[in-house]
Design a protein around this ligand. Sequence first.
Ligand code: HEM
Length: 417
Amino acid sequence: MRIAGAPVAGQAVDPAAADLFDPEFHASGDPHALWAHLREHAPLHRQVLPDGRWFWSVTRYDDVCRVLGDHREFTSERGSVLTQLGHDDVSSGKMLVSTDPPRHSELRRPMNRKVTARALADWEDRIRRAVTEFLAPALDGGAWDVAERAYRLPMTVAGALMGVPEKDWDDLVRWTAMAAAPDDAEFRIGSPAATLAVAHHQTFEYFAAQVRERRKRSGEGPAEDLIGHLMTMSAGDAPLTDEEVIYNCYSILLGANATTPHTVSGTLLALSEHPDQLRKAAGDPDAVIPSLVEEGLRWTSPASSFLRYAVQDTELAGGRVAAGDAVAVWVGSANRDERVFADPYRFDVLRDDNRHIAFGYGPHYCLGAPLARITFRVLFDEFFRAFRSVETAGPARHLRSVFIAGLTHLPVVTAPR
Ligand code: HEM
């Protein structure tokens, strides 16, 4: 998916011709121009696919928040990713993201205990080591591919937190990249459907083996890590089944690996494109980093779309939606809504009142938001300690995905202080 600052000036928008379901449109088209058009002229937009499936799109901030915010009106239990359109979700009721309250709250409360900002305070040194390792190739002053390298960064944090051995991290990074963007040539093995099937099979098998292994060693006491926590915690009044443990390991890993890299590379790209903002950030990093992190999240909005199904007939965005209809929400659009953000296409490292919804909204608000925020804060802290600027050294390559907005390649040169 393309991370663009603003709609390409002068490009005509024909909503009937633009295909929000086409990953190539998000890689090389101009979704920001289409979203701006839809926000203004068609805030409830219907798209029919050649095979007859169809979905509504909502693009305004308030409408996106309403759909994400109320599970009684819009359920996640039939799948929450647009590419699943029309196929029921086998993880429904078992995996956090595809479960509605009240079961969702039973699962989320104990899971959350391990990933609050307070629980993660002890992890800051570990995160700093991961960030230092990530930035190491930049120190020699040559060009390096920040987007490609960023793919491994969240794994080194989430992998340690979950307690999976380092020797397996590269495989897990590859499988989660395949699951998140099966249409991208970089990750594709055969058809997108085959790519997704392989990615799911490998990841589920992997976590099933982790669970079996830990059960064998259970005499040694429960592991302190996140997988150990999932295996011993109670949700409601019972422990999780092995299937629930495995689904939620997958969800945590995908949540971390599919998104974090793109906010890192996308924010550095934005800084390289806005030298005045770069100067502000490099001039007083301590003062700027908190708002830079939030603006980077708004700007990149890596989790770009989500899916819900209407539970009952309702009015939405000035139109009528019937029970059972599929509704896609476009987070990248909501985060550029001129009704909420002053001058939304300006990348402003000091933006205040930044109410972006890059981490979602409502019951499914990102479980990993505290971890992601610590990672970005530490990353920009280390970055501006070592470097005063970033410039692109070759073309950016955008991810081919309807679900994730991101970059697969971004060669840069970073000048030392
Ligand atoms: C830039 C980084 C990240 C972004 C932009 C992001 C975005 C999101 C969004 C928008 C949702 C809502 C999904 C929905 O409404 O259906 C979500 C949920 C979730 N995220 Fe993240 N995420 C990020 C990092 C992480 C990390 C680091 C983790 C793991 C530690 C994680 C784990 C999860 C989980 C488990 C959920 C499901 C929560 C629930 O259903 O209650 N995410 N994320």
